[in-house]
Design a protein around this ligand. Sequence first.
Ligand SMILES: [Cu+2]
Length: 249
Amino acid sequence: MSWRGSGNFRGSGTRPSAPGARGRGPGSVFDAGSAGGPSLLALIVTCCVVGLVGLGLAAGFGGTLGRGGTAVARPAPATQPTAAPAVQPTAAPTAAPTAAPAAGGAAAIPTEPLGPAVASGSGEPVELGSAGEQLAFDQQTLTVPAGLVTLTFVNNSSAVQHNWVLVDGGDDVASAVNDAAAAQVATARNPAAAVPPADTPGLLVATQQINPGDSVSVTFETPGPGTYTYLCTFPGHYIAGMVGELIVE
Ligand SMILES: [Cu+2]
Protein backbone atom coordinates (compact mmCIF):
# COMPACT_ATOMS: atom_id res chain seq x y z
CA MET A 1 0.00 0.00 0.00
CA SER A 2 2.90 2.32 0.66
CA TRP A 3 4.11 2.34 -2.97
CA ARG A 4 0.65 3.12 -4.25
CA GLY A 5 0.56 6.26 -2.23
CA SER A 6 4.04 7.34 -3.26
CA GLY A 7 2.74 8.76 -6.49
CA ASN A 8 5.46 7.25 -8.64
CA PHE A 9 3.08 4.89 -10.29
CA ARG A 10 0.24 7.31 -10.45
CA GLY A 11 2.22 10.09 -11.90
CA SER A 12 4.34 8.22 -14.40
CA GLY A 13 1.69 5.88 -15.57
CA THR A 14 4.35 3.51 -16.82
CA ARG A 15 2.42 0.37 -16.48
CA PRO A 16 5.10 -2.09 -17.72
CA SER A 17 7.83 -0.94 -15.34
CA ALA A 18 5.56 -1.01 -12.35
CA PRO A 19 4.75 -4.71 -12.31
CA GLY A 20 8.30 -5.45 -13.32
CA ALA A 21 9.71 -3.58 -10.38
CA ARG A 22 7.39 -5.28 -7.98
CA GLY A 23 8.07 -8.67 -9.52
CA ARG A 24 11.70 -8.42 -8.72
CA GLY A 25 11.10 -8.35 -5.00
CA PRO A 26 8.85 -11.36 -4.81
CA GLY A 27 11.11 -13.01 -7.38
CA SER A 28 13.59 -13.73 -4.61
CA VAL A 29 10.87 -15.66 -2.88
CA PHE A 30 10.51 -17.88 -5.95
CA ASP A 31 14.10 -18.84 -5.82
CA ALA A 32 13.98 -19.70 -2.18
CA GLY A 33 10.73 -21.64 -2.47
CA SER A 34 10.13 -25.23 -3.52
CA ALA A 35 9.80 -26.40 -7.14
CA GLY A 36 6.03 -26.75 -7.01
CA GLY A 37 5.38 -23.51 -5.09
CA PRO A 38 6.50 -20.84 -7.52
CA SER A 39 3.65 -21.20 -9.97
CA LEU A 40 0.95 -20.74 -7.35
CA LEU A 41 2.88 -18.18 -5.37
CA ALA A 42 3.79 -16.31 -8.55
CA LEU A 43 0.14 -16.31 -9.62
CA ILE A 44 -0.98 -14.93 -6.24
CA VAL A 45 1.74 -12.32 -6.16
CA THR A 46 1.08 -11.36 -9.76
CA CYS A 47 -2.63 -11.01 -9.09
CA CYS A 48 -1.95 -8.85 -6.05
CA VAL A 49 0.54 -6.67 -7.89
CA VAL A 50 -1.65 -6.31 -10.94
CA GLY A 51 -4.68 -5.62 -8.78
CA LEU A 52 -2.89 -3.03 -6.68
CA VAL A 53 -1.31 -1.41 -9.72
CA GLY A 54 -4.71 -1.36 -11.33
CA LEU A 55 -6.18 0.38 -8.33
CA GLY A 56 -3.27 2.78 -8.26
CA LEU A 57 -3.64 3.63 -11.92
CA ALA A 58 -7.38 3.93 -11.59
CA ALA A 59 -6.98 6.35 -8.72
CA GLY A 60 -4.14 8.22 -10.41
CA PHE A 61 -5.84 8.76 -13.73
CA GLY A 62 -9.08 9.70 -12.09
CA GLY A 63 -11.33 7.47 -14.14
CA THR A 64 -9.91 8.13 -17.56
CA LEU A 65 -8.99 4.51 -17.87
CA GLY A 66 -11.59 2.32 -16.25
CA ARG A 67 -14.69 3.87 -14.82
CA GLY A 68 -16.51 5.35 -17.68
CA GLY A 69 -18.76 7.49 -15.53
CA THR A 70 -15.90 9.53 -14.10
CA ALA A 71 -14.22 10.14 -17.44
CA VAL A 72 -16.36 13.25 -17.82
CA ALA A 73 -14.26 14.99 -15.20
CA ARG A 74 -11.24 15.27 -17.50
CA PRO A 75 -12.69 17.68 -20.09
CA ALA A 76 -12.76 20.33 -17.35
CA PRO A 77 -9.12 21.41 -17.80
CA ALA A 78 -9.70 21.75 -21.52
CA THR A 79 -12.18 24.60 -20.98
CA GLN A 80 -9.70 26.71 -19.02
CA PRO A 81 -7.19 27.22 -21.87
CA THR A 82 -10.09 28.05 -24.17
CA ALA A 83 -11.47 30.79 -21.94
CA ALA A 84 -8.14 32.44 -21.15
CA PRO A 85 -7.06 33.32 -24.74
CA ALA A 86 -10.56 34.53 -25.57
CA VAL A 87 -10.30 37.40 -23.09
CA GLN A 88 -6.89 38.70 -24.11
CA PRO A 89 -7.57 39.28 -27.84
CA THR A 90 -10.70 41.22 -26.91
CA ALA A 91 -8.85 43.75 -24.74
CA ALA A 92 -5.95 44.40 -27.12
CA PRO A 93 -7.93 45.64 -30.19
CA THR A 94 -10.01 47.94 -27.99
CA ALA A 95 -7.03 50.04 -26.93
CA ALA A 96 -5.51 50.50 -30.39
CA PRO A 97 -8.39 52.35 -32.15
CA THR A 98 -8.73 54.74 -29.22
CA ALA A 99 -5.36 56.40 -29.80
CA ALA A 100 -5.78 57.02 -33.52
CA PRO A 101 -8.65 59.61 -33.47
CA ALA A 102 -6.99 61.52 -30.63
CA ALA A 103 -3.81 62.04 -32.63
CA GLY A 104 -5.73 63.11 -35.75
CA GLY A 105 -7.87 65.60 -33.82
CA ALA A 106 -4.95 67.28 -32.10
CA ALA A 107 -3.25 68.13 -35.39
CA ALA A 108 -6.29 70.05 -36.72
CA ILE A 109 -6.58 72.53 -33.83
CA PRO A 110 -4.95 75.92 -34.56
CA THR A 111 -2.84 77.45 -31.80
CA GLU A 112 -2.24 80.92 -33.25
CA PRO A 113 -3.98 83.49 -35.45
CA LEU A 114 -4.20 82.84 -39.18
CA GLY A 115 -5.55 84.49 -42.33
CA PRO A 116 -4.33 86.56 -45.33
CA ALA A 117 -4.45 89.90 -43.45
CA VAL A 118 -2.31 88.75 -40.49
CA ALA A 119 0.93 90.74 -40.30
CA SER A 120 3.99 90.97 -38.09
CA GLY A 121 5.01 93.83 -35.81
CA SER A 122 2.56 96.00 -33.89
CA GLY A 123 -0.04 98.51 -34.95
CA GLU A 124 -2.79 100.67 -33.52
CA PRO A 125 -3.83 98.93 -30.26
CA VAL A 126 -7.46 97.91 -29.97
CA GLU A 127 -9.14 95.84 -27.29
CA LEU A 128 -12.29 93.74 -27.49
CA GLY A 129 -13.81 91.12 -25.23
CA SER A 130 -16.67 88.71 -24.89
CA ALA A 131 -19.68 90.05 -22.94
CA GLY A 132 -19.28 88.11 -19.71
CA GLU A 133 -21.29 84.92 -19.81
CA GLN A 134 -23.30 86.00 -22.85
CA LEU A 135 -22.68 84.67 -26.33
CA ALA A 136 -21.84 88.17 -27.57
CA PHE A 137 -18.98 90.68 -27.88
CA ASP A 138 -18.75 93.52 -25.38
CA GLN A 139 -18.65 95.94 -28.34
CA GLN A 140 -21.07 95.51 -31.22
CA THR A 141 -19.16 98.10 -33.22
CA LEU A 142 -15.44 98.72 -33.31
CA THR A 143 -13.83 101.64 -35.16
CA VAL A 144 -10.18 101.54 -36.23
CA PRO A 145 -7.93 103.61 -38.47
CA ALA A 146 -6.86 102.09 -41.76
CA GLY A 147 -3.47 100.44 -41.66
CA LEU A 148 -1.74 98.19 -39.17
CA VAL A 149 -3.88 97.28 -36.14
CA THR A 150 -3.03 95.13 -33.11
CA LEU A 151 -6.22 93.76 -31.62
CA THR A 152 -6.29 92.05 -28.22
CA PHE A 153 -9.31 89.83 -27.68
CA VAL A 154 -10.20 88.77 -24.13
CA ASN A 155 -12.45 85.84 -23.23
CA ASN A 156 -14.45 87.14 -20.25
CA SER A 157 -16.63 84.07 -19.86
CA SER A 158 -16.04 81.49 -17.17
CA ALA A 159 -17.15 78.44 -19.08
CA VAL A 160 -16.84 78.56 -22.87
CA GLN A 161 -14.22 79.16 -25.52
CA HIS A 162 -14.43 82.11 -27.95
CA ASN A 163 -12.44 83.51 -30.84
CA TRP A 164 -12.43 86.56 -33.09
CA VAL A 165 -12.81 86.29 -36.85
CA LEU A 166 -12.86 89.19 -39.34
CA VAL A 167 -14.35 88.74 -42.80
CA ASP A 168 -14.41 90.88 -45.93
CA GLY A 169 -18.18 91.27 -46.26
CA GLY A 170 -21.51 91.12 -44.46
CA ASP A 171 -23.69 88.34 -43.07
CA ASP A 172 -23.49 86.17 -46.20
CA VAL A 173 -19.72 85.96 -46.01
CA ALA A 174 -19.77 85.59 -42.23
CA SER A 175 -22.20 82.69 -42.48
CA ALA A 176 -20.06 80.89 -45.07
CA VAL A 177 -16.91 81.37 -42.97
CA ASN A 178 -18.77 80.12 -39.91
CA ASP A 179 -19.74 76.99 -41.88
CA ALA A 180 -16.09 76.46 -42.84
CA ALA A 181 -15.18 76.50 -39.15
CA ALA A 182 -17.94 74.02 -38.39
CA ALA A 183 -16.49 71.67 -40.99
CA GLN A 184 -13.19 71.74 -39.13
CA VAL A 185 -14.98 70.73 -35.95
CA ALA A 186 -16.57 67.80 -37.75
CA THR A 187 -13.16 66.66 -38.99
CA ALA A 188 -11.34 67.01 -35.69
CA ARG A 189 -14.33 66.01 -33.55
CA ASN A 190 -13.37 68.80 -31.20
CA PRO A 191 -15.03 72.23 -30.82
CA ALA A 192 -11.60 73.75 -30.16
CA ALA A 193 -10.94 73.25 -33.87
CA ALA A 194 -13.72 75.74 -34.76
CA VAL A 195 -11.47 78.01 -36.82
CA PRO A 196 -11.90 78.53 -40.60
CA PRO A 197 -8.92 77.47 -42.74
CA ALA A 198 -6.62 80.33 -43.80
CA ASP A 199 -7.68 80.07 -47.44
CA THR A 200 -11.43 80.30 -46.76
CA PRO A 201 -12.99 82.76 -49.25
CA GLY A 202 -13.75 86.13 -47.60
CA LEU A 203 -11.62 85.43 -44.51
CA LEU A 204 -9.26 88.20 -43.35
CA VAL A 205 -8.25 87.24 -39.79
CA ALA A 206 -9.10 84.38 -37.44
CA THR A 207 -7.73 83.75 -33.99
CA GLN A 208 -7.61 80.33 -32.41
CA GLN A 209 -10.26 79.41 -29.83
CA ILE A 210 -9.15 80.65 -26.42
CA ASN A 211 -10.14 79.38 -23.01
CA PRO A 212 -12.15 81.32 -20.40
CA GLY A 213 -10.00 84.06 -18.88
CA ASP A 214 -7.39 83.93 -21.64
CA SER A 215 -6.60 86.55 -24.24
CA VAL A 216 -4.97 86.60 -27.67
CA SER A 217 -3.38 89.44 -29.65
CA VAL A 218 -3.21 89.62 -33.43
CA THR A 219 -1.69 92.24 -35.68
CA PHE A 220 -3.27 92.64 -39.10
CA GLU A 221 -3.45 95.00 -42.06
CA THR A 222 -6.95 96.45 -42.32
CA PRO A 223 -8.74 96.44 -45.65
CA GLY A 224 -9.69 99.79 -47.16
CA PRO A 225 -12.14 102.13 -45.41
CA GLY A 226 -15.55 100.52 -45.04
CA THR A 227 -17.63 98.26 -42.81
CA TYR A 228 -16.68 94.63 -42.20
CA THR A 229 -18.09 91.84 -40.06
CA TYR A 230 -16.45 90.06 -37.14
CA LEU A 231 -17.80 87.01 -35.38
CA CYS A 232 -17.00 84.11 -33.09
CA THR A 233 -16.90 80.78 -34.91
CA PHE A 234 -17.29 78.52 -31.87
CA PRO A 235 -20.22 76.17 -32.67
CA GLY A 236 -23.54 78.00 -32.19
CA HIS A 237 -22.13 81.36 -31.10
CA TYR A 238 -22.54 83.25 -34.37
CA ILE A 239 -26.15 82.08 -34.68
CA ALA A 240 -26.74 83.15 -31.06
CA GLY A 241 -25.58 86.69 -31.92
CA MET A 242 -21.84 86.76 -31.26
CA VAL A 243 -21.19 89.11 -34.17
CA GLY A 244 -20.19 92.76 -34.68
CA GLU A 245 -19.06 95.37 -37.18
CA LEU A 246 -15.56 96.68 -37.76
CA ILE A 247 -15.56 100.18 -39.20
CA VAL A 248 -12.33 101.08 -40.93
CA GLU A 249 -11.93 104.85 -41.28
CU1 LIG B 1 -17.84 82.43 -28.92
